[in-house]
Design a protein around this ligand. Structure first.
Ligand SMILES: Cc1cc2nc3c(=O)[nH]c(=O)nc-3n(C[C@H](O)[C@H](O)[C@H](O)COP(=O)(O)OP(=O)(O)OC[C@H]3O[C@@H](n4cnc5c(N)ncnc54)[C@H](O)[C@@H]3O)c2cc1C
Length: 320
């Protein structure tokens, strides 16, 4: 089959790669094969080969918003992520390859004295993953400063989209489920700030984030597990899912070593030995407790990769 053909085609294929090595939860069994792409040119080369071989595949970035099944997933995965930033500046416009880590883009913008992305300091993951999930913090969303995108559409054509071509909502976008691969993005930022002051503010923000969210390298997690709750009045902002979880007593739970961070009830972490199944079961119980106490059905923000028993909201083959 295809795996052999893929290897013969000269692509950087890792057969049977373990998802626990490619996700910040550090959980998950094998995928069929992992193909690492660190620039858009590589994605543009790889995807037509997979399509010609009739090989279904999924795209991931850095793996910081994913809970992967202990059984893994019977799919080829393209891991589109790079440690090396690929960013160019043209006036107030920054164009960035989607493989670039979002935090590196933020750092670059501040070093250039440009404002608009600073609130995303410390969010792990790629620019592509951030746009697909409309990542945000402190009331700002990545789509706010987005001007245009280069994508590889389902039919493998390269297309330029403007911000208005995409439907963005809270921690979601149409790109997450329509099969498009984000190749690069252009953001328009505001000029004229003193870089030294911006970088000092960033340091303060990073410290405050670390206090609240912990460090995923010490406490493996995927950030907030549930989306914040729709406002209870038309004037209000979304309400913190963490507050509802804490009030429902979820911080006291421990399922096989899966539990909440003591500083943040909506960040679920795990001890050594806990499985993805333990994490998933814990989250089901947590959602049930909030439902019982407040009659609110929490929605998951983290994507499930591979099969999980009792997961009902399948919306794309391979992701649940
Ligand atoms: C400690 C910690 C703190 C976090 N804090 C925040 C926070 O403050 N705010 C926030 O919003 N999130 C937060 N997160 C969640 C996560 O960092 C973001 O969702 C991030 O943007 C995901 O990027 P990724 O590259 O890791 O995507 P992945 O997790 O690899 O993928 C997520 C989704 O994006 C899709 N995707 C990835 N790349 C592409 C691409 N190039 N084209 C099309 N689709 C793509 C995947 O198919 C998948 O559906 C946090 C996570 C951690 C571990």
């Amino acid at each position: 089959m295809t795996l052999q053909s893929l290897i013969q085609s000269g692509l950087p294929v890792i057969p049977g790669a373990l998802l626990k090595d490619y996700t910040t939860f550090r959980l998950g069994g094998p995928c069929q094969a992992l193909i690492v792409c660190s620039q858009s040119s590589e994605v543009i080369k790889v995807v037509p080969v997979l399509r010609n071989l009739n090989c279904p595949f999924l795209v991931m970035g850095f793996g910081s918003n994913i809970l992967a099944s202990d059984q893994g997933v019977d799919r080829i995965l393209i891991r589109y992520s790079s440690d090396t930033p690929h960013i160019t500046r043209d006036g107030n416009l920054l164009t960035v390859d989607a493989s670039t880590q979002l935090d590196q883009l933020v750092l670059f913008s501040l070093q250039q004295g440009l404002l608009g992305l600073e609130k995303f300091s410390g969010i792990p993951g790629t620019v592509g993953g951030g746009i697909a999930g409309n990542a945000g913090a402190y009331g700002q969303q990545i789509s706010d400063r987005l001007v245009s995108l280069q994508i590889l559409a389902n039919d493998t054509s390269e297309q330029k989209l403007t911000r208005n071509d995409i439907s963005f909502s809270y921690r979601d976008s149409s790109l997450k489920s329509d099969g498009s691969i984000i190749l690069s993005a252009t953001f328009e930022l505001s000029p004229g700030e003193d870089a030294a002051r911006l970088l000092a503010d960033r340091t303060a923000l990073l410290m405050s984030r670390e206090e609240k969210h912990g460090r995923w390298k010490d406490n493996p997690c995927a950030g907030s597990f549930f989306r914040n709750v729709l406002p209870s009045s038309s004037a209000g902002k979304r309400e913190s899912a963490g507050w509802f979880l804490e009030q429902s007593g979820c911080k006291a739970l421990n399922i096989g070593g899966a539990h909440c961070l003591h500083t943040h009830a909506n960040i679920i972490t795990r001890d050594i030995g806990a499985s993805a199944k333990d994490v998933f079961e814990l989250t089901q119980i947590m959602a049930g407790m909030v439902k019982e106490k407040f009659n609110i059905q929490l929605e998951r923000e983290v994507r499930l990769l591979g099969k999980f028993e009792n997961a009902t909201d399948k919306n794309q083959e391979g992701f649940w």
